[in-house]
Design a protein around this ligand. Structure first.
Ligand code: ADP
Ligand code: MG
Length: 189
């Protein structure tokens, strides 16, 4: 099940020599011990273009290779899907869908703000998956900004508490890879 990956990139396609703030060994060790089977979460944090989504997809594909299921959703699509499920009185089905896969990739958390109802739904998803399934989150927001992002500091704390309890956090730094490619091509001076 390779649901809705925006692109397909592997770990071998990730150049760790130019992205030195991510330890290849740390990533490989996590994949080797199938971290997702223990309900262990990953947080890939950092500015745009540093490879967060690439890594999240590559790791989810490794899980699929190991026979696990993975679901990829961008957080703005999650917000939209949650509203639609609410309107159609399909919240039970919605929550089941997000609880089920071994790995849930929640991409670009923080670009779109959550309304109160959707933040509550995110909390339910995180709670349902707590110690059962794995969540890989990519975000450009620091923890202190989660309250604003979710419209509630109480919910943000409750969600972060569960997410971080069993987790590995990668603070990724550096310049945008997209921009680097453009500079090399002479598009940007
Ligand atoms: P982010 O999610 O952090 O904004 P992406 O993962 O979407 O960034 O990366 C942007 C593009 O650059 C993608 O095409 C990705 O494959 C590529 N990329 C980023 N970092 C690397 C890297 N270290 N090695 C190879 N490709 C990279
Ligand atoms: Mg991204």
């Amino acid at each position: 099940q390779k649901a809705k990956f925006p692109f397909v990139k592997s770990l071998t396609e990730f150049d760790f020599t130019i992205q030195t703030s991510v330890s290849e060994k740390r990533i490989r060790d996590l994949v080797m011990r199938s971290f997702y089977r223990d309900g262990h979460n990953l947080l890939l944090l950092g500015p745009p273009g540093v490879g967060k989504t690439h890594l999240a997809i590559a790791i989810a594909l490794e899980a699929i290779d190991q026979g696990e299921t993975a679901l990829f959703i961008r957080s703005d699509d999650f917000i939209e899907a949650a509203k639609e499920a609410t309107d159609r009185y399909q919240m039970k089905k919605f929550l089941r869908q997000y609880a089920k896969p071994t790995v849930l990739v929640m991409d670009e958390l923080g670009y779109a703000p959550f309304d109160a109802a959707t933040a509550q739904i995110l909390f339910q998803v995180v709670s349902k998956r707590y110690e059962e399934g794995s969540i890989i989150i990519t975000s450009n927001k620091s923890y202190s900004e989660w309250g604003d992002m979710l419209g509630s500091s109480v919910l943000a704390t409750a969600i972060l508490d569960r997410l971080l309890h069993h987790s590995s956090v990668f603070n990724i730094r550096g310049d945008s890879y997209r921009l680097k490619e453009k500079i090399q091509a002479g598009v940007v001076p």
